[in-house]
Unconditional design. Structure first.
Length: 376
């Protein structure tokens, strides 16, 4: 389906009145009773769906953030919508006498409703994930209208009792069947179960009591997080309706790869390249770690493929940064491709020394056969 704003021909910051005018104009144009062109009925349905979503501040906010995926479960789950199943159940069974189920459902719709949770995807660097960081982010969410204070009514006015249901929030319909008369209880279509309506709505929010605003937040990211870590920021989701509490903001982290370091749980892995003399004789070298440059001791006789460890230089444990993993270095030995005459003479003398000392080497398998074949 096309973008809902494009379907209605309005900008993304259109107010409630602009949306309503655009919907009414297009609905008249594509109504199946008026427009017999092929595809007009489908167009009429799409326009109705677009207006249904954008006319409600909470569903509009989800659509702005996630697109259609946010309306069908692709975004953060809206726990408030779970009440919809219970309401449907009550609609069927409350008709048989209009018992307690219907009253409880109407009371739930009347009362405060918690705002939706929001999701924010945030990318951070490899080093920020290890050390922790405070990030400044911007998001759009719903807040109580600053003009009417969330009441939805114009200044100096307030909600009035719904004339359709008399303030009950419910309407009753009597149905005659061959088995007798039954009364079906349903939420009032005029006040949607609230029992009150806004006679003079606030112009700033269109009577909804909520406004979408852009807000700047500072998110504290602890040391040791990884891709997929979810952080909860309480009360920074959408504002609730009718004075209900706000939802929460959930921050999902994505950590960038490092060009030289690789993470495996709490361990850090990398490679270190030594010359053949460093591997034979041993050395102390500087290596890159998540804490910066550190000294690594190379024992004499270190073999290619050996793993050397710097303890406590790995990843901090999330929630307990004192506990840390290790940094593991896999050794690569680089052999020279060219030798000077002096270097060659010295190495041949060394190889001969090892050959004479071993008494077991009767031939040379290359320049370093004796050198690496035996060790003191």
């Amino acid at each position: 389906m096309a973008d809902y704003y494009d379907l209605l021909g309005v900008s993304r910051d259109a107010d409630a009145d602009t949306l309503k005018r655009a919907y009414r104009r297009l609905a008249r144009q594509y109504h199946p009773d008026v427009n017999k062109d092929p595809g007009a009925e489908d167009r009429f349905k799409e326009i109705g769906r677009a207006y249904e979503v954008l006319s409600d501040p909470q569903t509009r906010a989800r659509y702005d953030q996630f697109g259609e995926a946010g309306l069908g479960g692709g975004g953060m789950p809206d726990m408030g919508d779970m009440g919809g199943f219970a309401d449907l159940f009550e609609t069927f069974f409350s008709g048989f006498g209009g018992g307690m189920g219907a009253s409880a459902g109407a009371q739930r719709r009347r009362g405060p409703r918690q705002g939706d949770d929001l999701r924010l995807d945030l990318g951070i660097s490899f080093s920020e994930a290890i050390t922790g960081v405070e990030k400044e982010v911007q998001l759009r969410h719903l807040e109580a209208c600053g003009t009417c204070g969330g009441s939805g009514a114009k200044a100096g006015s307030g909600p009035v009792t719904c004339s359709t249901c008399g303030g009950a929030g419910q309407v009753r319909r009597a149905t005659r069947t061959p088995f007798g008369s039954f009364t079906q209880v349903a939420p009032c279509p005029s006040c949607e179960g609230a029992g009150q309506v806004i006679a003079d709505p606030c112009q700033a929010c269109g009577g909804q009591g909520l406004q979408q605003v852009r807000k700047t937040l500072r998110i504290n990211i602890p040391a040791g997080v990884d891709t997929g870590t979810r952080l909860r920021v309480a009360n920074e989701g959408n504002a609730g309706q009718r004075g209900g509490p706000p939802g929460d903001l959930y921050v999902f982290l994505s950590v960038q790869n490092h060009p030289h370091l690789r993470r495996d749980g709490l361990q850090i892995h990398s490679e270190v390249t030594l010359s053949y003399l460093q591997a034979i004789l041993g050395d102390t070298i500087e290596v890159e770690t998540v804490d910066g440059s550190e000294h690594l001791e190379i024992p004499a006789g270190t073999q290619p493929g050996a793993v050397l460890t710097l303890a406590g230089k790995g990843v901090p444990k999330l929630g307990n940064p004192v506990a840390r993993g290790n940094h593991l270095f896999t050794v690569k030995v680089q052999l020279p491709t060219r030798l000077s005459a002096d270097e060659r003479q010295l190495l041949e003398e060394l190889a001969g020394h090892h050959s004479r000392k071993g008494h077991k080497t009767h031939h040379r398998s290359g320049l370093f056969g004796g050198l690496f074949g035996q060790r003191d």
